[in-house]
Design a binder for this molecule. Structure first.
Ligand code: NDP
Length: 341
């Protein structure tokens, strides 16, 4: 089966790290891929260069590439849409300015997806503020009349917290000097912002409770709790800024890698393994229905995802998650105040 994948912001730095891996088969293996690349008119020349390089790689699975500035053309019959393009955060911009600029982009893209993409499209929002952009896009998608007479299900829209999840895996692995492959059940809760809640309370290292393993290297449970609160959580939440400080450029390669992890797992399933995805809440863990929040999720082999339920939250996790959810609710209210919801 040929997969049609739309990518926005296709001339940007994340897309530059993403498109070649996608075309090389890192999500769909040998299945043929069609790319639909969306850009704004001022980036079309740069996108031409990307098209040339894609051609020069002679990827056997890449059967067709279309570059366009028309969202309806970009999202037509899409099986997946990676929404990377977003107005950048600029000096002096406050959150309302960023929401205003991006609300417009995600309203337009969401509406086009609602009209033109396949009804079971998988949408992954990368552009920030990702959770609220996903909420806006989903809302406008679900308002559209479609040729097939169906309405787009807002649950087809998700946001990327897999990079935070991967960062948390690596931070824990480094602390306990274990391979990342030995770790499972890390979770990111809440918003993809610095209020996010990286959580290793239920994580396992080779089947052993991670807090126990951390306590061994930290000289006891109290010191382990301090490391989690003072090092692990802030380091994961602020890792993007640390990469910018070191590299002089943003974490485009790891963001691209995480977006591909998210799409591959959502498409082919996680075989029982928990991953973090920001998905539309149905009220799980007290998150108001409709907010796009990060949760521990599993994906069945048929591509249906579900939030892992039944995790007992202690007071500390509850308070941290509540703070992140309050931020999501206030972003939603601001977006509504600006007329995007
Ligand atoms: P990037 O490709 O580096 O980033 C794009 C978006 O991803 C930003 O919102 C950025 O957020 C976000 N992001 C999420 N996670 C990460 C992460 N870990 N590291 C870095 N960024 C992350 O931006 P570029 O400026 O290089 O490219 C954006 C492209 O989008 C441009 O080519 C532009 O023309 C295009 N664009 C297209 C639009 C459209 O199709 N209508 C609309 C607007 C832009 P943050 O800003 O917080 O870093």
């Amino acid at each position: 089966m040929t997969r049609t994948v739309a990518v926005t912001g296709a001339a940007g730095s994340i897309a530059y790290a993403l498109l070649f891996r996608l075309a090389a088969g890192e999500v769909y293996g040998k299945e043929p891929v069609r790319l639909r690349l969306l850009e704004v008119p001022q980036a079309v020349d740069r996108l031409d260069g990307v098209l040339m390089e894609l051609a020069d790689c002679a990827f056997p699975a890449l059967v067709d590439v279309v570059a366009t500035t028309d969202p309806d053309e970009a999202f037509a019959d899409a099986d997946a849409a990676l929404l990377v393009g977003a107005a950048p955060r600029q000096e002096g911009m406050n959150r309302a300015d960023l929401l205003r600029a991006n609300g417009e982009v995600f309203r337009t893209h969401g509406a086009a997806i609602g009209r033109a993409a396949k009804a079971d499209v998988r949408v992954v929002v990368v552009g920030n503020p990702a959770n609220t952009n996903a909420l806006i896009a989903a809302h406008h998608a679900s308002l559209q009349d479609r040729e097939d007479g169906r309405r787009m299900d807002p649950a087809r829209f998700t946001a990327l917290t897999r990079l935070d999840h991967n960062r948390a895996m690596s931070a824990l692995a480094a602390k306990i000097d274990a391979p990342v492959g030995s770790i499972e059940r890390i979770t990111i809760w809440g918003n993809h912002s610095n209020t996010q809640v990286p959580d290793l309370t239920d994580a396992l290292v080779d089947g052993r409770p991670a807090p126990e393993v951390v306590a061994e290297v930290c000289d006891g449970p109290a010191a382990a709790r301090d490391w989690v609160a003072d090092d692990f959580i802030p380091a994961v939440a602020n890792r993007g800024a640390a990469v910018i400080a070191a590299r002089g450029a943003s974490s485009a390669a790891s963001a691209a890698s995480a977006a591909l992890d998210h799409l591959r797992d959502w498409t082919f399933g996680t075989d029982g393994v928990r991953v973090s995805m920001a998905v539309r809440s149905s009220g799980e863990y007290g998150v108001p229905e409709g907010l796009v929040s990060s949760f521990p999720c599993t994906v069945e082999a048929d591509g249906s995802y579900r939030v892992v339920e039944g995790i007992e939250l202690d007071a500390d996790r509850r308070a941290r998650i509540d703070a992140s959810i309050a931020e999501l609710a206030s972003e939603r209210d601001e977006a509504a105040g600006l007329g995007f919801l």
